[in-house]
Design a binder for this molecule. Sequence first.
Ligand code: 3YP
Ligand code: ZN
Length: 374
Amino acid sequence: MATGYVYHEVFAWHDTGTGAGLFASDPAAGVQPFMHFENADTKRRMHELIVVSGLIDRLTRLRPEPATEEDLLRVHTPGHVARIREESADPRGGDAGDGFSPFGRGGYEIAALAAGGMIEAVAAVVRGDVDNAYALIRPPGHHAIPSTGMGFCVFNNIAIAARHAQARLGVKRIAVVDWDVHHGNGTQACFWDDPSVLTISLHQDNNFPPNSGAIEERGEGAGDGTAINVPLPPGSGHGGYLHAFDEVVMPALERFAPDLILVACGFDASALDPLGAQILSSATYREMTQRVMRAAERLCGGRVVFSHEGGYSPQYVPFCGAAVIDTLAGGPEVGDPFLPIVSGFGGQGLKEQERAVVAEAARQHGLITEGAAR
Ligand code: 3YP
Ligand code: ZN
């Protein structure tokens, strides 16, 4: 049992500036400078916990190489890649595309290294060097569409790694499970009409992007039915998310029969996150990881690769992230001091409105399970 791990210190040098969370400061409008939500702290602190807890000694360290232009262009338009490269050369930096995804000078190289980190994690698993892998990369990727970045994402790391795997590593069918609290719109768009890639997004109903990720979004043409969306109501917890796994994610994976599973692993559905309104604990992330591993073992020789996405609690992301990687590496060995508090929050049980959304998503995709039939 070997688990690959990608991290590079330069990921913390991706400079999102001193805005007020989302916006540039603007004293005249009363907007004080502070830190961008997507600053280095959550990821750097997660890496430090992985080292200090000793979890690092159970992992196989993988070295990221920058994604090549050829890799980027399998997913993104030449215009997008060129614009990011040009703005990245400007000492003032630029923006990934929507005005609240700033990057500093050299942002192109760091974003290319993030995508390349995910490529290396996938390649190590496909080569059989490791059984599974976690890419702790920054900037994130799941909102980036072919023509632009958005939502703090510059390049779509998962889509780039998936296309690399298909073009270079002989992988055919790929399933993406996205449990970031925001809709995985970019990944969905990259494979919208492509039946070789299944995208499943569990997200908070209509959070970000606006009006994105409805149950009715299901892919088109040859890809009809290969995009699955489960927009869970705010306040969803342990019971709601695991129910979505049992009734939608697991049967959908089983039916699709992928050769490789990728996870868009955000931690912004945690109870302590400033950008989400869900209440997950590290125990939920542990159990979702176990379920994905079980599906991968049944369907594709255990081949599963995690790509870090959002998650904005500097205190809690490290423990949720360590729980996922610990599980991939055969744990439980790493603890979570927040768990007694967070797992005791009201609303962790499955609620009727969550059951209804999950049932509707399962119905939309013809996924009838024992649980639903009861
Ligand atoms: C982008 C702008 C407002 C919410 C924000 C979401 C970024 C994220 O974590 N996406 O997964
Ligand atoms: Zn997110």
